[in-house]
Design a protein around this ligand. Structure first.
Ligand code: ADP
Ligand code: ADP
Ligand code: ZN
Ligand code: ZN
Length: 820
């Protein structure tokens, strides 16, 4: 590769071997992805499109032409990236791996049919086709309904006090209430005191009467107005709460509305198909004694056992041969899935409910069976979410791809994977402008001699870091009878006022315990709103997975709960670092306070790109315009009027110490920190951002360009700048994902400061360096899914490391090694 200049890359020349396992390393933001994905993969894509598609120009515009002079010897590339967007709820583990289609074939050709039932086609076994779907739930497996309790959570309220919580808020809700007033219903009586018939009608009727409405009138005045046949304010149409909720859920385009109404619905397995999503005829066909729906609900590990043991003796010779071939094929495809630590997943799990790391490994396992030859696989931190015990299997899979004649390029932070690589390309030395150079390209051992490399510091350091003695807890938070996913009436205790790491193999139940159960129970205790559904577009009522159990002790010592995750901080370029952290409010005030702005009467709102007065009208302050493409997702192009500045001419004329508001948004955190050194309100958050390793980000960097790890650290800083009163519980799920060890150290220093200030921190973590430095460890296991969900060891790191071999702690040996 010669002259690579994508993003921050500094005209990079580098030679990377083919048919090798190559790790791209470097601190977050140094340019690893820009090299591996933005240049190598993008160029391979471009050439591919050019060779196959007559309408290639359009596709090329979409992926972009990477800024590079030349690349020689480039084979076709396949990217296995961690998805940042949200995959569709209709796709599942079975469809991503291709296993579902094989099983459908198996059931169609070699299944056991009831007497006199004709043979079905493979599509008849798919819930995603009209032929196969259960006609009652349309293949969803669940039906959603509303009940009085779900729509009227507090029946001591009156209708005026919004007893019918499910009704729309604001004007529309008031309109519905006014209609009831016209109809002579008492809106000032507690809900439960109203007659059953009235309540049922309000909630469930399909009638939609239109009646005169006298807005702002009391019930008495309304009665009077009706009697005197006064001219009404308008004619209002009534909608029952049920009709409103179901109709909105089915038709709204707004993710927010969908989420709002979904709270008032209760879900349950479809009574016709029993949650199996298929029509009756399809479920009547069995193989090895099970219908295909039940098979799809089994964890993959059990599925493999089950199929291996199935001996369909009653079949004809012809069917038996077909069955044997298909079963062999399924088992062969299951093997890499099991060895990559995915045996706890079932085929019917929807992809949005699978973690990004698991999804990437699903795709990786699928590739291993694809028998491609001579391609470059480009992967993004495949170790994410993997316990060190599963790391060996990952390495074996990557080596298998290489052994079949492919090149495997991975962007990684995991030190063990780096040690095992054939070649390392270390990018740095620092992030953003201060990075973008290749510091080293060669076999791992040679990196030791590179003084500028931060990776070398960690890869070859032998001395264990100084570790203070574990802190003593100030109290205990005790959860009793926790039921969630694979946790069944589990009792768990978390020490307060200290740093706790929750460990265990992938699928053992760490997230279920910490990110679901703990957050649900403590949140409910603090009166938080139920957490929003994971992904807006596919929001589904989630009541089936409500956490069971209660807090037995310790709740009174927690005043606040903060969950810091890696979800994006916004989905449009309108949200950015400066707006999210609140920094921008201060900046706008500074601009409004300049003499020039005062003279023109520009207030702080003028300097917001979300307000019409000051922003560029062409792009409405986005700096980009979206270009719609036929058959393609639209792409963003710089605004032709403001060229990305986002503001109109008049606003840009205002200068604060010589800089326009657009100049400030273009500054990196490092530059802004220097520029605003005398503004305490800005210096503090900017200092925190630098301290956590984000000095290279621009203030106006759109949320859509930020990685999960960057978003997470921005959220943490936003939290850190709030007044520190202690008694807050911070919960983080794998905070080190996407972070270089040196960034991990910075993050940990901040988290330790939070504990020193009187707070509690609980993290789900695989990185043994972090676990070794914590005060307390809760280790789940022994296995994944049904074979996990128990606490197999707990105590200080030293105590857990000393767990006997029979305890079932897979973490103990790795932790012991890290403590040495
Ligand atoms: P790494 O993979 O090492 O974490 P990246 O290659 O993602 O680093 O980023 C390198 C630099 O390029 C960073 O300064 C980052 O902010 C910037 N960058 C990344 N993506 C984009 C983008 N889409 N547009 C502009 N700059 C980007
Ligand atoms: P970990 O965090 O230790 O990797 P999880 O808590 O994510 O484990 O998963 C524990 C078990 O619960 C696994 O068997 C997993 O498949 C199951 N599980 C997790 N999330 C869901 C979900 N949304 N729906 C159904 N099962 C789930
Ligand atoms: Zn059904
Ligand atoms: Zn513009």
């Amino acid at each position: 590769m010669r002259g690579a200049r994508e993003h921050n890359l500094k005209n990079v020349d580098v030679d990377v071997p083919r048919d090798a396992l190559v790790v791209f390393s470097g601190v977050s933001g140094s340019g690893k992805s820009s090299l591996a994905f933005g240049t190598i993969y993008a160029e391979a894509q471009r050439r591919y499109f050019e060779s196959v598609a007559p309408y290639a120009r359009r596709l090329i515009d979409q992926v972009g032409v990477p800024a590079v002079d030349s690349i020689d010897g480039l084979p076709p590339a396949v990217a296995l990236q961690q998805q940042r967007g949200t995959p569709s709820a209709r796709s599942s583990v079975g469809s991503v791996t291709g296993l579902s289609s094989l099983l459908r074939m198996l059931y169609s050709r070699a299944g056991r049919y009831p007497a006199r039932q004709p043979m079905l086609y493979a599509e008849d076994f798919s819930p995603n086709t009209p032929q196969g779907a259960c006609p009652h739930c349309h293949g969803l497996g669940r039906v959603y309904e509303v009940t009085e309790a779900s729509m009227v959570p507090d029946d001591s309220l009156t209708i005026r006090e919004r007893a019918v919580a499910a009704w729309p808020p604001a004007w529309h809700g008031q309109n519905l209430r006014d209609i009831l007033v016209t109809m002579g219903i008492d809106v000032d009586k507690p809900w439960r005191a109203l007659p059953r018939k009235t309540r049922d009608w309000i909630l469930f009727t399909e009638e939609q009467p239109t009646v005169p409405v006298y807005a702002g009138f009391t019930p008495e005045e309304t009665k009077d107005a009706l009697r005197r046949k006064m001219e009404p304010s308008y004619q209002g149409t009534f909608t029952s709460a049920r009709r409103y909720v179901l109709h909105t859920f089915a038709t709204t385009q707004s993710a927010l509305m969908k989420r709002r109404v979904s709270r008032y619905m209760v879900g349950g397995a479809c009574p016709v198909c029993d949650g199996k999503r298929l029509k009756r005829e399809a479920l009547a066909v069995t193989f090895g004694g099970m219908d295909i729906g039940a098979l799809a609900q089994l964890p993959l590990g059990h599925l493999a056992d089950r199929l291996a043991r199935a001996t369909p003796s009653e079949l004809s010779e012809e069917k038996r041969l077909a069955a044997a071939r298909l079963v062999d094929d399924v088992l062969m495809r299951l093997r890499p899935l099991l060895s990559l630590g995915l045996g706890h997943l079932s085929l019917d799990r929807t992809t949005p409910s699978v973690s990004p790391g698991e999804l990437q490994r699903l795709r990786l396992a699928t590739q291993i069976c694809s028998n491609l030859f001579g391609v470059i696989y480009v992967l993004d931190e495949p170790s994410a979410g993997l316990h060190p015990a599963d790391g060996e299997a990952l390495l074996a899979s990557l080596r298998q791809l290489r052994a079949s004649g492919n090149s495997v390029y991975v962007v990684e932070h995991d030190l063990n994977l780096m040690r095992a690589a054939d070649w390392i390309v270390d990018v740095g030395p620092a992030a953003g402008e201060l990075g973008g150079q290749v510091l080293y390209s060669g076999p791992p051992a040679g990196l030791r001699a590179v003084a500028a490399s931060r990776t070398a510091d960690y890869l070859f350091s032998d001395d264990a870091p100084a570790r203070p003695a574990p802190r003593a807890p100030t109290g205990w938070l005790r959860l009793a009878g926790v039921t969630q996913n694979n946790l069944d009436r589990l009792d768990a205790a978390f020490p307060l006022g200290v740093f706790t790491a929750v460990t265990g193999v992938s699928g053992s139940g760490k997230s279920s315990l910490v990110s679901r159960a703990l957050v649900d129970l403590v949140g409910a205790h603090l009166g938080h709103e139920p957490p929003a559904a994971e992904d807006d577009e596919d929001a589904e009522p989630d009541t089936m997975r409500l956490t069971g159990g209660h807090i037995a002790a310790g709740a009174e010592s927690i005043r606040r709960l903060v969950q810091v995750d890696q979800k994006p901080i916004g989905r449009t370029p309108r949200s950015n670092l400066a707006t999210y952290t609140g920094l921008f409010d201060h900046v706008r005030k500074l601009f409004a306070a300049t003499p020039e702005a005062k003279k023109r009467r520009y207030d702080a709102g003028r300097f917001s790109f979300n307000v019409a007065k000051g922003r560029c009208e062409t792009c409405e302050g986005e700096g980009f315009v979206s270009v719609e493409l036929l058959f393609m997702p639209s792409v963003f192009a710089p605004c032709p009027t403001c060229h990305g500045a986002r503001y109109n001419e008049a606003t840009l004329k205002i200068r604060h110490r010589g800089r326009s508001i657009a100049d400030v948004l273009g500054m990196t955190v490092d530059a802004a920190s220097e520029f605003f050194a005398d503004e305490p309100a800005l210096a503090r958050p900017l200092g925190l951002l630098r301290g956590i390793g984000l000095g290279y980000l621009r203030l106006g960097q759109p949320a859509t360009e930020l990685s999960g790890g960057e978003a997470q650290r921005i959220k943490l800083v936003t939290e850190l700048q709030r007044a520190q009163r202690g008694h807050t519980l911070y919960v983080l799920d794998e905070p080190t994902t996407g972070l270089h060890p040196s960034d991990v150290d910075k993050l940990m220093a901040q988290l330790q400061d939070l504990v020193d200030a009187g707070n509690t921190v609980i993290v789900v973590e695989h990185e043994m360096r972090i676990v070794a430095g914590s005060d307390w460890v809760v280790d789940l296991g022994p296995g994944a899914g049904g074979a996990g969900g128990r606490i197999v060891a707990q105590g200080t790191p030293a105590q857990v490391a000393a767990s006997p071999a029979g305890s079932g702690s897979r973490t103990a040996p790795y932790l012991a090694a890290a403590l040495r």
